[in-house]
Design a protein around this ligand. Structure first.
Ligand code: GDP
Length: 443
């Protein structure tokens, strides 16, 4: 998980402070020294670190942390706010043209994830009921056009191409005409990347820029490259005036330096974060959520948003009713598992829950997706009658289910036992709540 090292370091600094009823100035100085080291180790730009620490110290003194009843919490709060500010304060929105189409020019070095991100962005816009057009203007990287076409087909977004012999500026110009004719409201141009920044590349990008007058110029940078990503952003920005940055590969074990420095160094806000190779692994970047994730305080807001986007509200209500009435069956259980899966890899979901990331680590917990698959296989090996009425499942049926699902009898027994237990708890809970609310509350 990204930022793991930084999160651990910061948490250990703060847990020392939290344990203290009274904090001296020395304690604060010592904590700040450790925060400074943690940030430097996470590959945050040294100038950024220096300014950051100075600001936190100033605020800590201003707020009279030493006199507070919960000095540790006050400092965490200050650090949280400063981290948020460092990454831009609030989420930066994507620009929108007064007259469609809105043109988004994607730039970046080869391998940063530009083509993938172009398609991800198209998918995100499509989800918001827009009609994007993807434009294949990277004529140099072998297979870049094909890659965009394959992705476009996968998400059912049209891809404009003139092959790899046409001039990228002509491609961009004709793509604009095409979008207008077809009433498409977003044009996403996947421009060429290079291994290094060179003049020819910049000239081409400038020409495209001049021709299409983009509303957004988004630079795609690989978060795994740390300070290099920030340097690349700075060079591009000097020549092209970027409107935003997309940080990719935040699912990897990046130390976090790029995310924390890029806004401060270049002045460009991070607009999106990519957290995986899958086509829907792109999110709007929210500095306040990222800060709380870095501090190990979880990211419940993102989780709730994901749930709202992916979980059917009616279905959720019906499920709640069933749980209350203890009508929950293995079919419902299976459905719940599918819903959770829709939210993304289990590992990432757990990291968004406050405290969970740390707990997972302390317990050295391995989130085993295969275990989920095994459970699913067991339930799928049950007949429809058995799923509706688990009491039917006797010993010989259990043996059959184990064989059918390629698991052991013990696995089946365990699952059924857990399921019974879950139903028992649900029943108790709903009895306790009663139709008119909690009984315990009444006299
Ligand atoms: P381009 O040369 O900039 O167009 O880069 P591509 O879009 O071809 O991406 C390069 C590689 O990075 C591909 O293998 C992508 O699947 C991978 N990639 C892109 N974004 C992400 C991400 O957010 N996470 C991970 N893990 N891989 C990514």
């Amino acid at each position: 998980m990204a930022f793991e090292g930084l999160t651990n370091r910061l948490q250990s600094v703060f847990s020392k402070l939290k344990g203290k009823g009274k904090v001296t100035e020395d304690d604060v100085n010592e904590a700040m020294r450790e925060v400074r080291l943690a940030l430097l180790e996470a590959d945050v730009n040294f100038k950024v670190v220096k300014e950051f620490i100075a600001k936190v110290k100033e605020k800590a003194i201003g707020q009279d942390v030493m006199k507070s009843f919960t000095p540790g919490m006050v400092i965490i709060d200050i650090v949280n706010k400063e981290l948020t500010d460092l990454m831009g304060g609030s989420a930066a929105k994507l620009a929108k043209a007064n007259k469609p189409p809105t043109v988004i020019m994607m730039a970046g070095l080869q391998g940063a994830g530009k083509t993938t991100t172009s398609a991800k962005l198209a998918k995100l816009l499509q989800k918001q009921n827009h009609k994007p057009l993807l434009v294949a203007a990277d004529i140099y990287r072998p297979a870049a056009i094909k890659q965009l076409q394959v992705l476009g087909e996968q998400i059912k977004v049209p891809v404009f191409t003139l092959g790899d012999q046409a001039n990228p500026v002509d491609i961009a110009r004709q793509a604009m005409d095409h979008a207008r004719e077809q009433h498409l409201d977003y044009v996403i141009i996947d421009t060429a990347g290079r291994l290094h920044i060179d003049e020819a590349l910049m000239d081409e990008l400038k020409q495209i820029h001049e021709t299409v007058k983009p509303d957004e110029v988004l630079l795609v940078v690989d978060a795994m490259t740390g300070q290099d990503a920030v340097n690349v952003a700075e060079s591009f920005n000097q020549q092209l005036t970027l409107t935003g940055v997309v940080l990719t590969k935040l699912d990897g074990d990046t130390r976090g330096g790029a995310a924390l420095s890029v806004k401060a160094v270049t002045g460009c806000p991070i607009k999106f974060a990519a957290l995986g190779e899958k086509i829907d692994a792109l999110e709007s970047f929210h500095p306040e959520r990222m800060a709380s994730r870095i501090l190990g305080m979880g990211d419940m807001l993102s989780l709730i948003e994901k749930a709202q986007a992916n979980i059917d509200a009616d279905q959720a209500k019906e499920m709640e009713r069933k749980m209350r009435n203890a009508e929950f069956t293995f079919d419902d259980f299976l459905e719940q598992m599918q819903q959770v899966k829709k939210l993304g890899p289990l590992d990432q979901i757990l990291d968004m829950i406050p405290g969970m990331g740390k707990m997972k680590q302390q317990a050295n917990m391995q989130v085993d997706e295969r275990q989920m698959d095994r459970i699913e296989a067991i339930v799928r090996s049950m007949t429809s009658k058995e799923r509706q009425d688990p009491d039917l499942i006797n010993h010989s049926r259990r043996k059959r289910i184990a064989t059918g699902s390629g698991t052991q009898l013990a696995d089946v027994n365990r699952l059924i036992k857990q399921f019974d237990e879950m139903r028992r708890v649900m029943k108790q809970f709903s009895d306790m709540m009663g139709p008119k609310g909690p009984k315990m509350m009444k006299n």
